[in-house]
Design a protein around this ligand. Structure first.
Ligand SMILES: [Fe+2]
Length: 218
């Protein structure tokens, strides 16, 4: 993981991802070339029981990007959301995830009244990298498994803290917080965490760590 972070920093230079397609392809290739090994990312795969899903900040890219690990509980799904004009790359590290791609509301980016049109559904393959940008539409990510959690690695550049989520039936949009947090389980040695560690209710106060419950999109 540290090798990947170093390579991402080198590839993005001082500017992060913008209009240069060659840099976007280079970063996508770097994400693709990383082979998931749970010992690399277990310390970031922290899940708090009762939250929607957790967004654990791995690296802030010196302000050029955010690299996150998301942990999805059984059957969890994101809202339909945009990406605030940023590039989004998503790699499946463990489990299963499905992507549903929607068209923007026909009445415009803040449209309301008409249901969103589903354009396609795809099952993400392990170690593959899905690319998403507002130019391609909106999407929703879901863990279809009712018996296993899923873990994914996400890169957003430029980084952002707010995006929009959309009502599937009306197309209505609302601003949503979608920042990353450095989540831990208090009282637990980070080095001893197994992959996809769920903080138990008996552990000391999760106060200050519970922001994950207020984060609604990705
Ligand atoms: Fe997304």
């Amino acid at each position: 993981m540290q090798d990947l972070i170093a390579a991402l920093n080198a590839a993005m230079g001082d500017t992060g991802l913008g209009e240069d397609r060659a840099t976007v392809r280079r970063v996508q290739q770097l994400m693709r070339s990383y082979v998931s090994q749970s010992q690399d990312w277990a310390q970031y795969a922290v899940y708090h029981e009762g939250t929607r899903y957790t967004r654990n900040l791995v690296d802030d890219g010196n302000g050029k990007y955010n690299l996150l690990i998301l942990v999805w509980a059984e059957g969890q799904a994101s809202p339909i959301h945009d990406h605030a004009g940023s590039h989004c790359m998503m790699k499946l590290l463990a489990g299963q995830l499905d992507e549903q791609l929607y068209a923007w509301p026909s009445s415009g980016p803040d449209g309301q009244g008409e249901s969103l049109r589903l354009r396609r559904t795809a099952a993400l393959k392990a170690n593959s990298v899905a690319y998403m940008h507002d130019k391609l539409g909106l999407h929703r990510i879901a863990n279809p498994s009712l018996s296993s959690k899923a873990v994914s690695l996400h890169l957003y550049s430029p980084p952002y803290s707010f995006c929009k989520t959309f009502d599937e039936q009306t197309g209505a949009a609302v601003a949503s917080r979608c920042a990353a947090e450095r989540l831990t389980c208090p009282g637990t040695s980070i080095n001893s965490l197994p992959a996809t560690y769920t903080c138990s209710a008996t552990e000391p106060s999760l106060a200050g760590q519970a922001q994950a419950s207020a984060i609604t999109s990705m």
